[in-house]
Design a protein around this ligand. Structure first.
Ligand code: PLP
Length: 370
């Protein structure tokens, strides 16, 4: 009886099309095996760690963990609102921005609608689309040999792909796994072409890492485009990935819809406290940005010296194009306790995504390359 039982056949149509998340490696087991010698460059974590103020805030918040957290996250929202010049009613908090990207699709997309995103765009975009049962319109990325932004989003083509039933366009700026970005002029031109019946989500998970002067956050466009949603996270430059906090900023109208569906206590008390404290430590974020930019350039230069093609990046990782199947290279690194991210699942089997680690970790990586 139990052998023949297949719950997948009972799942709704959208869920039947999904696969469980594959983390690639069993990291807890690997940490046991390699101990401190394990070099983890597969998840774009910030090796500098979070602000000491965030850690203090966590300790202080511990006394109250028997209580439910504030379901509105009011003090964190007030801090975010002050930081970005928006109203608290224009902010939704998420258990990571991943949750918000999913909830947005759950709220606005369904089987009668379509969702536009780019080839090599963030992995959550097609998953959110499929989970909502919507039709995916996956636009080809810029060419591998594009002069300035290989593998980047082709914004004019994406705008042209929008149809009357397109409810969401997902953009990532900068994008993961490519590290590519687009400038403020391109974003303005894109938004000007999008009808008000289509929401534009600009995922800015790596915003705090950007140093390119032509890059511009989409935030300044919120006032003129009620259909725009900008998402940010505390997982990357703020180094709080383990706590799961992200946020979305949009019009009051859009946030009001998101608030209907999100789980009431989706951000826990320690995460709320830590995120608020981290947001207040500008010096820590600035130091992270500068350190990362310098290490990123150093690592990219060492890789290029070896004749490897390193794509331009404004993030805390590099996409490296080995111009041959990268699986044996990943395996060789893995054998030496260096974890990087294979890209075959993204349709880039010749590439590996490598996070910017500490200098010692980068040296281990370079040493382990065949
Ligand atoms: C890491 C990442 C996120 C966010 O992750 P959360 O930890 O869920 O906040 C969102 N978008 C992109 C492009 C990312 O790389």
């Amino acid at each position: 009886m139990s052998e023949a039982f297949d719950a997948a056949a009972l799942a709704n149509v959208a869920t039947r099309a999904l696969r469980a998340y594959d983390p690639g490696h069993d990291l807890p087991a690997l940490r046991q095996r390699f101990g401190a010698a394990l070099v983890e460059l597969g998840s774009n974590e910030n090796p500098l760690g979070p602000s000491p103020r965030a850690l203090d805030a966590i300790r202080a918040a511990m006394a109250d963990v028997w209580r439910y957290p504030d379901p509105h996250g009011s003090t964190l929202k007030a801090a975010i609102a002050a930081r970005h010049g928006v109203d608290a009613a224009q902010i939704a908090l998420g258990n990571g921005s991943h949750e918000l990207l999913m909830v947005i699709a759950q709220c606005f997309a369904d089987a009668k609608t379509s969702v536009v995103f780019s080839e090599f765009g963030f992995a959550v975009f097609p998953i959110a689309t499929a989970a909502a049962g919507a039709r995916a319109i996956r636009m080809p990325a810029l060419a591998r040999d594009h002069a300035s932004m290989p593998f980047g989003h082709d914004l004019p083509a994406m705008a042209a792909a929008i149809t009357a039933d397109t409810r969401i366009v997902y953009l990532a700026n900068p994008n993961n796994p490519t590290g590519t970005w687009f400038d403020g002029v391109a974003l303005d031109a894109f938004l000007a072409q999008v009808p008000p019946t289509t929401l534009v989500v600009v995922d800015e998970a790596y915003a705090e890492y950007v140093t390119a002067p032509t890059w511009r956050s989409a935030l300044h466009l919120l006032a003129d485009h009620p259909n725009l949603i900008v998402t940010r996270t505390f997982s990357k430059a703020y180094a709080l990935a383990g706590l799961r906090v992200g946020y979305a900023m949009s019009s009051r109208s859009v946030i009001g819809v998101i608030e209907r569906l999100r789980e009431s206590f989706n951000v826990n008390a320690l995460a709320l406290a830590a995120a608020q404290a981290a947001l207040g430590d500008d010096a820590q974020v600035a130091a992270t940005r500068e350190w990362n930019a310098a290490e990123r350039e150093w690592l990219a230069a060492r890789l290029r010296e070896r004749g490897l093609r390193v794509l331009p990046s404004q993030t805390n990782f590099l996409l490296v194009d080995f111009a041959r199947d990268a699986a044996p290279i990943e395996a060789a690194l893995f054998a030496r306790g260096v974890i990087v991210r294979p890209m075959a699942g993204y349709g880039l089997p010749e590439c590996l995504r490598i996070s910017v680690g500490s200098r010692a970790e980068s040296l281990r990586l370079l040493d382990g390359l065949p």
